[in-house]
Design a protein around this ligand. Structure first.
Ligand SMILES: *Cc1c(COP(=O)(O)O)cnc(C)c1O
Length: 389
């Protein structure tokens, strides 16, 4: 029987985030209980306005999840069956689910192996007469270049719909995540940089008409009670969740900043491992990268495999992750899209090489050093073992 190793450095630790604001969180929940406005209540309206404003746009519409924010947002843009939507193969599956929910056809493209973000130079080849929109995914907390996106969208007359589920308040080239395109989707899944106590999401936009449309779609397709001009669904962000998010929002910029500083420390400490084939993904956004996830690559040049590295770190109580081990194009559920192994070589390469290290506000310098030292030590002992056979 294998012994249970106690976790010394978890992958994420939410208690550190909640402890200092626990009293405020409880008070906010109490207030909702007293008011009793559990659905489409006051705290939701407040949070929608505050989050949209923080992201540099006018309107926010709270929905049940990030996935629904994508689906309802695209639907409100008039996208549906017969249309094509371009998105990266290297993303969390929810981006694809959101597109499929509308009836539109997802068209995948490869990523840039240095950043893991969508390769915009691969987009033109994927465009057809049916293409309506592109979904840049601001993956791991780094934005896809807004200037390059806008240029591409102008040239080919595409709508930009941002998947900002990992990029709350991220910035690049003077733009906030969610302010580049016609609209953007955010998720408040508990472990996202801004997380609720359950599921939640939001559509944000500068377009008043689009916001009105999503407000109707999330609420049974009714702009007013018992009148249903749109085919909608029930997908609202709970008032209780919004109350929690209202307490957390003022802390978000500080939390993001601390993630960015942790990433800088990892970058510096890991630099010597480049010669052994281990290096982080590139950051082109400087402090605008909010590091939802900190990802390193363990390339073919590394004398130790990723699997061994991950297992040995786990044995020392250090949790790591792989985001994501299988490209969307190779997921069994989407066989009907007819993609095959080899279609997106950069995505497939990253699936083999990436490893996500512990990352959360409050991760201490001692712990960061511990993670990197463990990595260095196991490389040393394993490499020696390999040489001496
Ligand atoms: C989390 C996430 C989503 C989906 O959000 P949910 O709230 O879990 O539905 C969509 N896209 C990306 C890139 C995500 O990381």
């Amino acid at each position: 029987m294998t012994q249970q190793v106690p976790v010394t450095i978890p992958f994420v630790d939410l208690t550190l985030q909640h402890q200092p604001i626990q009293a405020q969180l409880e008070q906010a929940i109490q207030t909702v209980i007293q008011r009793g406005d559990f659905v489409l209540g006051q705290a939701l309206a407040e949070f929608e306005a505050a989050f949209a404003q923080a992201s540099g746009v006018e309107y926010g519409v709270g929905v049940a999840s990030g996935t629904d924010a994508i689906a309802l947002g695209l639907q409100a843009c008039g996208i549906g069956a017969g249309d094509e939507v371009i998105l990266p193969a290297n993303t969390f599956i929810a981006t694809l689910i959101g597109v499929r929910d509308t009836g539109a056809t997802p068209v995948l493209v490869d990523c840039d192996p240095d950043t893991a973000l969508i390769d915009l130079s691969a987009v033109p080849k994927a465009i057809t007469t049916r293409t309506k929109a592109i979904i840049p995914v601001h993956l791991y907390g780094q934005m896809v270049s807004p200037t390059q996106l806008l240029e591409l969208a102008n040239t080919y007359n595409l709508l930009i719909f941002e998947d900002a589920a990992q990029a709350h308040l991220a910035q690049r080239e003077g733009y906030h995540a969610g302010s580049v395109g016609i609209a953007a989707a955010f998720s408040f899944y508990p472990s996202k940089n801004l997380g609720a106590f359950g599921d939640g999401g939001m559509l944000i936009t500068k377009d008043a008409g689009l916001a009105t449309k999503v407000r109707s779609l999330r609420n049974y397709g009714s702009p007013r009670k018992y009148f249903h001009p749109d085919e909608g669904k029930n997908s609202r962000l709970d008032t209780l969740q919004a109350a929690v998010l209202n307490v957390k929002l003022p802390h978000l910029a500080g939390w993001n900043q601390s993630r960015n500083l942790i990433a800088q420390q990892y970058d510096a400490l890991l630099a010597p491992l480049k010669t052994q084939g281990i290096f982080p993904l590139q950051n082109h956004s400087s402090t605008g990268h909010i590091y939802h996830i900190y990802v390193i690559r363990i390339s073919a040049d590394c004398p130790v495999t990723r699997q061994v590295i991950q297992e040995e770190l786990a044995e020392q109580g250090i949790q790591t992750g792989i985001h994501y081990p299988i490209g969307c194009h190779l997921q069994p559920a989407y066989e009907d899209l007819s993609y095959k192994v080899g279609d997106f070589p950069h995505t497939e390469l990253l699936c083999q090489e990436i490893l996500s290290l512990p990352m959360y506000p409050g991760l201490s310098e001692v712990q960061i050093n511990q993670v990197v030292d463990s990595l260095k030590n196991l490389l040393k002992t394993r490499s020696i073992a390999l040489i001496s056979g």
